[in-house]
Design a protein around this ligand. Structure first.
Ligand SMILES: Cc1ncc(COP(=O)(O)O)c(C=O)c1O
Length: 382
């Protein structure tokens, strides 16, 4: 249709002009390596923090499950898609996170888009960290609740919101990333949980980048002592190396999801091999805390070499600011054999375009040091 294509082309031209047009590049992955345009690059742009997506025991578990149960789940979990592997995965997740129960969703994005509107609605209040992931914001918007965006990790600002607004709303939810996806820092979960209980607000932490990496592999609620986080959600697509999202919570909350979370009810269950792979990966994470500590150790090697603030997770940003400059820095690193994708607005705030380095257990120390040397001398020019 002409008007439709004109609309799309106009939007694309505007994005191109602002250097914000995106296109997926074909990338074949093999452990820590990525192949692009016929070049093999050492990738620092993958969230497979423990390199489990190709781990032999995990791949074997997936193959056995596909042979036994087939590929697709065939229906929503409330119809016939709830194959036997789900119960085991949910028990494992709840055990790891220290909650009564867990509920697995189709992805992390779908989890937040389902959980948040199942808990709060138009009369209620949600306070969201300004740097929280897009799917936390999507869930907040879908709920129709009043949304307050507080300054990044600023507990005093959350308190200001609660003092001013809490009494006007029957329910209040505080939602934050546990590990911030583009900055790598940890949310102040212990302080937020104390504040939440003072104001009878519910705390949701999105642990997409924490599980398997911080808190001895148990995630961000375990990273700084033990924070009381009644809603621990996350994804199985990063350190777990598989796919899917989850919520670990009380049994009552999990059972409410089964009846009220629309992305749980109206979406097909995960493929059995994906669920089997996630179970095998959680086994490994529970069994091998020393291995789970490796991505953070590599990240700290990098931040020490560059004199940056010590890494708190496997993610280290080097903020460049200007979009063209960050694209040039990414090309420079590619010429040196590294894949470090440039992250631009709107994924990050205006004028904070950056290189986002993601460290994984199997990155060789010597390569981390070589990378740091190039960033120091040729990107930061120190
Ligand atoms: C903080 C955070 N939450 C949620 C998600 C979404 O998870 P998924 O990829 O499983 O949809 C991501 C990234 O993808 C993320 O970085």
């Amino acid at each position: 249709m002409r008007s439709l294509d004109e609309f799309a082309s106009g939007k694309l031209a505007a994005l191109e002009q602002a250097r914000l047009r995106r296109a997926p590049a074909v990338t074949a992955r093999d452990g820590i390596w990525a192949e692009r345009d016929g070049r093999r690059l050492l990738s620092f742009s993958c969230n497979d923090y423990l390199n489990l997506s190709g781990h032999p025991a995990i791949v074997k578990a997936a193959i056995e499950a596909v042979e036994r149960y087939g590929l697709g789940a065939g229906a929503s979990r409330l119809v016939t898609g709830n194959h036997p592997l789900y119960a085991e995965l949910e028990e494992r997740l709840a055990r790891l996170k220290g909650t009564e129960a867990a509920c697995v969703f189709g992805s992390g994005y779908l989890a937040n888009a389902g959980i948040i509107p199942a808990l709060v609605g138009p009369d209620d209040l949600i306070l969201v960290d300004e740097l929280s992931h897009a799917c936390v914001n999507a869930g907040a918007k879908l709920s129709g609740a009043t949304v307050g965006r507080y300054r990044h990790a600023d507990v005093a600002h959350v308190e200001e919101f609660l003092v001013a607004l809490r009494s006007r709303h029957p329910r209040a939810l505080i939602a934050t990333d546990g590990v911030f996806s583009m900055d790598g820092d940890l949310a102040p979960l212990a302080a937020l949980s104390r504040l939440a209980s003072r104001f009878d607000a519910w705390l949701l932490a999105d642990d997409a980048h924490g599980l398997g990496v911080v808190g001895g592999g148990r995630g961000s609620s375990f990273a700084d002592g033990r924070a009381e986080v009644p809603l621990q959600m996350g994804t199985l697509s990063k350190a777990v190396g598989a796919y899917g999202g989850y919520l670990c919570a009380s049994r009552a909350v999990v059972e409410l999801m089964h009846s009220r979370a629309r992305t749980f009810i109206y979406s097909t269950g995960l493929p059995p091999p994906v669920v089997a792979a996630a179970i095998a990966a959680l086994d490994l994470i529970e069994r091998e805390p020393d291995y789970a500590a490796e991505p953070l150790r590599k990240a700290r090697l990098f931040t020490r070499a560059l004199n940056l603030p010590e890494a708190q997770s496997a993610i280290v940003p080097v903020v460049i600011g200007d979009t063209d400059a960050v694209l040039a820095a990414s090309r420079l690193l590619q010429d040196e054999g590294f894949l470090v994708v440039a992250i631009r607005p709107p994924t990050v705030p205006e004028r904070t375009a950056r290189l986002r380095f993601a460290f994984t257990a199997q990155h060789p120390d010597a390569e981390v040091e070589r990378l740091a040397g190039i960033v120091r001398s040729r990107v930061l020019r120190r």
